[in-house]
Design a protein around this ligand. Structure first.
Ligand code: F6R
Length: 236
């Protein structure tokens, strides 16, 4: 485990973006596992800058996103499809045909999960997986108590997650209660995992994840046994 402590969100965003840029430079056809939420926005802004100013080339990169809300599609502003377009894909030269996100509007979620696993397997797995962490220790939407080593699956979001996500919706009632998430299996088999924490409110859960017992109650604790985990976090 390599831990990089930084002073503030901007520094975390730059450090993490540089690691991703190095991955893309060394392996132009990398498979990048991408996350959404508040934390990665600064990282994506830096990647856009590297593309525009330094010709960082994403044309051969393939991407797989961690998750998507059930019931939301690309035209929904709160969907992760929309988020990725708005915060990254529209501003770099990634080939959108090679950018994968679970389909939140799928008629059958079971087949959608299988289809998504098939995509990830077909890409040969993930080279670098970017992860944020929830206040309850979730990664992707692998919530506390869910079994380790699951494949892509439908998940009922914990009350704490719904509450946290409600800041992007008009009300908690309108916040989706279900999502499709990549499982711990695909996450843990990524060659490199880059876990980023951009604010000090997550210090306790980060400490529990990295140094506490490895338990499904703190899904991120499984990261302790990953052979190539990089953590960039804002220290108090
Ligand atoms: C997002 C995701 C989530 C978030 C986590 C932290 O695709 O899978 O696990 O990374 O909820 O969210 P923020 O960054 O908004 O605090």
């Amino acid at each position: 485990m390599r831990i990089i402590r930084v002073k503030h969100y901007q520094e975390m965003s730059k450090e993490a973006a540089q690691i991703i840029a190095a991955q893309v430079t060394l392996k132009p056809n990398s498979v990048l596992g991408l996350a959404t939420g508040s934390t990665p926005i600064g990282i994506y802004n830096n990647l856009i800058k590297y593309y525009k100013n330094d010709n960082l080339d994403f044309s051969s990169v393939k991407t797989v996103n961690l998750d998507e809300y059930c019931g939301l599609g690309i035209i929904d502003e709160q969907s992760y499809h929309y988020y990725m377009k708005e915060n990254l894909f529209d501003y770099i030269n990634v080939d959108v045909k090679k950018a994968h996100i679970p389909n939140g509007l799928a008629k059958c979620y079971e087949s959608e999960c299988k289809r998504y696993d098939h995509i990830v397997e077909g890409l040969g797995g993930i080279d670098l997986q970017l992860l944020g962490i929830g206040h309850n220790g979730h990664i992707g939407f692998n919530e506390p108590g869910s079994e380790f080593y699951k494949n892509t699956h439908l998940v009922e979001l914990h009350a704490m997650t719904v509450k946290a996500n409600s800041r992007f919706f008009e009300s908690e009632a309108q916040t989706p209660k279900f999502a499709i998430t990549l499982g711990m299996k695909a996450i843990m088999t990524a060659k490199t995992i880059l876990l980023v924490v951009g604010d000090t409110s997550k210090i306790n859960i980060l400490e529990a994840a990295l140094f506490g017992p490895i338990t499904p109650e703190v899904p991120a604790s499984l990261l302790q046994i990953h052979p190539n985990l990089i953590v960039v976090y804002v220290e108090e």
